[in-house]
Structures are given as structure tokens and as C-alpha cells.
Design a protein around this ligand. Structure first.
Ligand code: ZN
Length: 444
């Protein structure tokens, strides 16, 4: 615990703190976990102490999902090891090792541990823990040792010896995912993301690529994803606390839920939502300006500056939030960004929006429909031009659909797409955490 106190009180980024925890603190544990016998209650209390330490250092909400803390980062978790889980895995790995090790001395250990008369043995413990993870252990041949079999709905795994580590990791993550999916409040958004066919698989994992992100920001993002913000509906429906009213403290019209405050409140829409939208879009706009040599240097994603309305040279014109004047009257004639490529005779309308998690496809179709008349009018006026529209839709924590990356490749340099998208995701997620912070100030 001393090592953990040191790590979590240091001014390191969240990624570095987690790496240090898993390598520096758990590295020491891994030496003796395979050979000691511990009561699970003792290990569980160590896990509780670690969670308490994280909460005290602003790195975790006290009511945040526990399985999510230990889930792999690529699946949307925090990736912090659990002492209990490591102990159980160590027992399974040790059991596999003593059955396949070719060392002559190991046969005595093997004989002892396989003795059914022994009250407690590594073999018995390992079989019990493997069952908890949904893994079957088969002793095909005493000489070959145990093989490890694991089946999911879509795939079956079988492994012997050291290759078992990969299977064990998969089984542990699947087990944690099942636990999260069963949490009806905290797990809803993650569960929907895992089963969604249209959402890009990196939508939950992008945060793991932000290596310098501080722990309080990660904790704030986690709070939003798990819907444990201090809204009136959270107190009333989740914590069962009596509330004088459940109406929103900003607009007073609708129930105060995480969905309403972060994506649907009329009182926050003209200021906070616009600021979040512009912060995200700006990253893409500056990348376009740089590509077409309209600026010398791309500002950082967090820079406060606002772009000028028009940038133009001999070949390209880029406009930011400027209406397009057409001969006919068009109701929606003010897209976020318009790119006029004079050389290639091309006009691209760029429209961005930030929406609630499960509504990306729906909002994309609305945006495409909204500017259909403008596209038709432009086609009539500029018949020799190619007119197109790209609707950039992110969810409030930077998730996006599978097509977006490919669409943006046609605009910015392909080698820069990942970086630009990552900057947009950071700007949007930080914008959302600022709105959540505003709600927390009201609660204090
Ligand atoms: Zn409201």
C-alpha cells in the first residue's frame, strides 16, 4: 500500500499512474501470489483499500462500477488490476505450470497437489476459480498436462502451457463485461456500445490513447458514462432519496437526468453546448486550413482562440459559420463549415453535432436531410461543381460511427486523420465534463 500511496499522490497522468500501479505495486505481489494461500476476504479488503485510495485522490467516484475499474482499457475500462483476481489467476497459472513442467522435481509437487485426500490443494483451488471465469480445465493426458478451454457465444479457445495467458485474459475481460452489463444503471451505456453494430469499436477505447490525461478528467468521464452525476433523478430514482422536485435546475422544464443536462437542455444549448461543439469542430477546421496552407501553424486542441469567418487563397475558400446566399430562399443555409475548392470545382458542406450516445445514426440522417435543399440549390447554381456533405456526429464523450474516419480521410491528410479525430474527441469530452462540473457546483 505504501507504493500505491506514493503513485496516486504523485502528479502523474492517469495512464502513468495505472501503469505504475500494475507494474510497480502488483509486480511485488506477483512474486508470492502463486505460492501463498490467502483468505479471499483479506484480498477483497485490499481491493477496497485501493479503491478508497483512488477516491481520496480524485481518481474515482465512490459509486463507480467496480468491474469497470478492472476491465481492459480497450473495452472502455480503467485497466487497474485487482488483487483478488490476480490471486485467482495466479492459482490457475501455477496449476497449469506444475502439470506441464518437464522438471523431474516437479513430479513430486504434481503428485502431492493431485492427491485427492489433501484437504486443500492448488489443483482444487484452480478448478474452482477457473469455473468462476467460465473456463473448463481438461486433463487430456497426465504427460501433456492440463488444457484450458473457454467458449464464448462466437468463439472457442483452447490452450496449453504459456499460451493460456491470452485465453485467461479474454475470459477475465468477458466475465467483467458480463458483470457490467448486469448493472442496470452504471452499465447501460457501455453495454449498448459493445453490442452496437454502427458504433466504431474505438469509441470506448480512445481515452486510453490520451496518455497525458489527468486522473480527475478520466474519473469525470467515467462518472458521465456510468450516469452517476448528482442529478435530481439520480438521487430520486437510484438512491431512493426524497426530492422536492425532479425538474432540471437549469431550465426547470424537464426531468433532470444525465441525458437531459448533457445533451438536451434548452438553457445550456446556446452557451455550453455551442462552446463544446465549436471546440471540437475547430480541431478539424484548423487541420483543413493547415492542409491548404491558409495558416502557418495549427493551434493546440485546447487553445481558446476562435477561427475567422473566411479564409481564402487562389485555389481554396473555407468559411466558418457563414450563411450561403442563394437565388432561391432556403431555410437552412448556414452550415458550420463550407469548403470551396476552386481548382477541383468542388463544394463540401461540413456540419457537426454532438449528441447523446445511442442517437448518432438518427442525428446524422436528420443533418443530411436538413441541408438537402441547400445542396440541391447549390447544384442548380454551380452545375459544373461537385456538391457533397459530410455530417460529423460525435456522442457527448467522443464516440462516433464506423464511417466517419473514412469520410474525414477525403478531407484532411490520411496520415493526420487519427490525430485530428483524437483532438476532436478530447475537446468534446472535456466540454462535456465542464457542463457536468456546472451541475456539481449547483449540488454543493
Ligand atoms: Zn434543463
Amino acid at each position: 500500500m505504501k507504493r500505491l500511496h506514493l503513485i496516486w499522490s504523485c502528479p502523474l497522468s492517469d495512464t502513468n499512474r495505472i501503469t505504475a500501479t500494475n507494474a510497480y505495486a502488483f509486480g511485488k505481489l506477483n512474486y508470492f501470489l502463486p505460492v501463498i494461500t490467502c483468505k479471499l476476504q483479506y484480498l477483497q479488503s485490499m481491493d477496497r483499500d485501493i479503491r478508497k485510495l483512488l477516491t481520496e485522490n480524485g481518481a474515482r467516484h465512490p459509486n463507480a462500477s467496480i468491474p469497470s475499474l478492472h476491465l481492459d482499457k480497450k473495452l472502455g475500462g480503467r485497466g487497474i488490476k485487482s488483487v483478488e483476481q490476480e490471486y485467482k489467476l495466479a492459482k490457475i497459472k501455477t496449476m497449469l505450470h506444475i502439470t506441464y513442467a518437464k522438471d523431474n522435481h516437479m513430479q513430486y509437487v504434481r503428485q502431492h497437489e493431485h492427491n485427492k485426500k489433501v484437504h486443500r490443494s492448488i489443483v482444487k483451488d484452480a478448478e474452482k476459480y477457473a469455473q468462476e471465469f467460465g473456463i473448463a480445465l481438461h486433463l487430456a493426458d497426465e504427460a501433456d498436462g492440463y488444457s484450458l478451454c473457454y467458449e464464448t457465444e462466437t468463439k472457442a479457445y483452447a490452450a496449453v502451457g504459456k499460451s493460456a495467458n491470452v485465453v485467461l485474459k479474454t475470459a477475465v475481460n468477458n466475465n467483467l463485461q458480463q458483470q457490467i452489463a448486469q448493472q442496470p444503471w452504471q452499465g447501460n451505456i457501455m453495454k449498448d456500445a459493445w453490442i452496437s453494430e454502427s458504433l466504431d469499436p474505438s469509441s470506448l477505447a480512445w481515452l486510453s490513447r490520451w496518455k497525458t490525461c489527468p486522473s480527475p478528467t478520466v474519473a469525470a468521464i467515467e462518472e458521465i458514462r456510468q450516469q452517476i452525476l448528482p442529478t435530481r433523478m439520480y438521487y430520486s430514482a437510484k438512491l431512493q432519496q426524497q426530492q422536492p422536485t425532479t425538474k432540471c435546475r437549469f431550465c426547470g422544464k424537464k426531468d433532470e437526468t444525465v441525458y437531459h443536462v448533457l445533451s438536451n437542455c434548452d438553457a445550456l444549448s446556446p452557451s455550453d453546448y455551442v462552446a463544446r461543439h465549436n471546440a471540437g469542430l475547430k480541431c478539424l477546421f484548423f487541420a483543413l486550413l493547415k492542409k491548404h496552407n491558409l495558416i502557418d501553424r495549427t493551434p493546440a486542441w485546447y487553445s481558446p482562440g476562435k477561427p475567422s469567418p473566411v479564409y481564402e487563397n487562389q485555389t481554396i475558400k473555407l468559411t466558418w459559420d457563414i450563411p450561403i446566399f442563394t437565388e432561391g430562399v432556403i431555410q437552412h443555409n448556414r452550415p458550420d463549415v463550407v469548403l470551396w475548392d476552386k481548382e477541383k470545382r468542388k463544394i463540401v458542406i461540413l456540419e457537426m453535432t454532438v449528441v447523446w450516445f445511442s442517437t448518432i445514426q438518427e442525428k446524422k440522417a436528420i443533418k443530411d436531410q436538413k441541408y438537402a435543399s441547400l445542396r440541391a440549390e447549390l447544384k442548380r447554381q454551380y452545375s459544373d461543381h461537385d456538391i457533397s456533405q459530410i455530417s460529423v456526429v460525435f456522442d457527448i464523450l467522443g464516440g462516433h460511427d464506423r464511417d466517419l474516419k473514412q469520410q474525414l480521410r477525403t478531407l484532411v491528410k490520411p496520415m493526420n486523420v487519427e490525430r485530428v479525430m483524437s483532438n476532436m474527441q478530447k475537446a468534446i469530452a472535456v466540454g462535456t465534463t465542464r457542463i457536468a462540473q456546472k451541475l456539481k457546483y449547483l449540488t454543493k
